[in-house]
Design a protein around this ligand. Structure first.
Ligand SMILES: C[S@@+](CC[C@H](N)C(=O)[O-])C[C@H]1O[C@@H](n2cnc3c(N)ncnc32)[C@H](O)[C@@H]1O
Length: 326
């Protein structure tokens, strides 16, 4: 990395620019996966969810479709009055299955999807208002880490937090515990938290989910370079990078990287710097942790929760784990 212009104080950079600067200045380099979801990224993720290799969506959909009634009973706590707050809601397709069932059971709910991507939130709001005209909604755009702080003030009703789609897998253990602890602090004693965990399974099945035959996952990762070009004035040539993903069974984690095909320098105007990439140098993009039931139990304990109930799909590939405050 070398300066191209006089350095710009970090405080004047957007959060995106500042995170890109930090990640590409690090050794080894990394980029944060939370920036995957611009318009095109959200569209590509919807394509990924339909891929035969990406089993995760189908598993969670199966759990919600076949066990909506049990999930309702576990969340309703008798009175069926609660606020559903979804962190990283995406297109909300699976949540719609639950809401459909909850409304049919006359549950008195408000739905608050939170997402960093305005595009994802706009699409969700349009779909949900058309499909559920009577549903009270309070969509919020932003980083859920920031919105967490205002969670207690959002409403005085009992809260059920949703963190679905194996989003938690994008955190390492330390980040996951600290994330759950901050949720715990924002929650009251009778609030609940439903989390989607992808379970450990045949490594071939997992590896294929992050390296599909059609190359959609590769496009999804490479799209972040295009986003940097458009929003931060970068000059990445996406053809000079390749997508590589692997699964480490001893750690239970899949990782994805963009690898520089050649020695090259990339300039990003918004951060006033140019970054050197050596041939075959990796940029770490995303971790996708897979869990055993022991890991889920110990995560709950270490974050101040206990497991109230677990919901599995028929193949036991996936677990939606419902936690209450310990
Ligand atoms: C893998 S998608 C999953 C979407 C949905 N939960 C599902 O199960 O289909 C992750 C979503 O979380 C959002 N997201 C990622 N990091 C976020 C953050 N720090 N704050 C808010 N939203 C975030 C992304 O924009 C994206 O819509």
């Amino acid at each position: 990395m070398h300066d191209r212009m006089a350095s710009i104080p970090t405080t004047e950079l957007s959060q995106f620019a500042s995170d890109v600067l930090t990640g590409l200045s690090a050794k080894p380099k990394y980029l944060s996966s939370k920036y995957f979801y611009d318009d095109e990224g959200s569209r590509l993720f919807q394509e990924i969810m339909k891929l035969p290799e990406y089993y995760l969506t189908g598993c969670e959909m199966e759990i919600f479709t076949s066990q909506a009634s049990d999930i309702h009973d576990a969340l309703a706590n008798g009175d069926g009055r609660f606020d559903l707050i979804e962190l990283g809601a995406g297109d909300g397709t699976k949540t719609a299955v639950l809401i459909d069932h909850f409304l049919a059971r006359k549950a008195d709910i408000t739905y608050s999807p939170i997402d960093i991507s305005q595009e994802a939130l706009d699409a969700l709001t349009a779909t949900f208002t058309a499909r559920f005209p009577d549903l009270r909604m309070d969509a919020r755009q932003g980083d859920y880490f920031k919105i967490l702080r205002s969670l207690r003030e959002m409403s005085s009703r009992r809260k059920v937090l949703l963190f679905l789609g194996s989003n938690i897998g994008n955190f390492d253990r330390e980040q996951a515990v600290s994330f759950f602890r901050s949720l715990r602090e924002a929650m009251s004693n009778d609030d609940l938290l439903l989390i989607g965990f992808d379970l450990q399974k045949d490594p071939h099945v997992i590896a294929a989910a992050y390296d599909d035959g059609e190359g959609v996952t590769a496009k999804f990762n490479l799209n972040l370079l295009t986003r940097i070009n458009r929003e931060l004035g970068g000059d990445f040539d996406a053809d000079k990078f390749l997508h590589y993903a692997n699964y480490r069974p001893n750690e239970g984690s899949a990782r994805s990287f963009l690898i520089s095909r050649e020695d090259q320098a990339v300039t990003i105007d918004a951060v006033g710097k140019s970054f050197d990439f050596k041939q075959w140098e990796p940029v770490f993009m995303e971790i996708s942790q897979k869990y055993s039931m022991e890991m889920i139990g110990s995560l709950a304990r270490d974050s101040g929760f206990e497991i109230k109930q677990n919901f599995f799909d028929s193949r036991k590939y996936y677990c939606d784990s419902l936690w209450r405050v310990a």
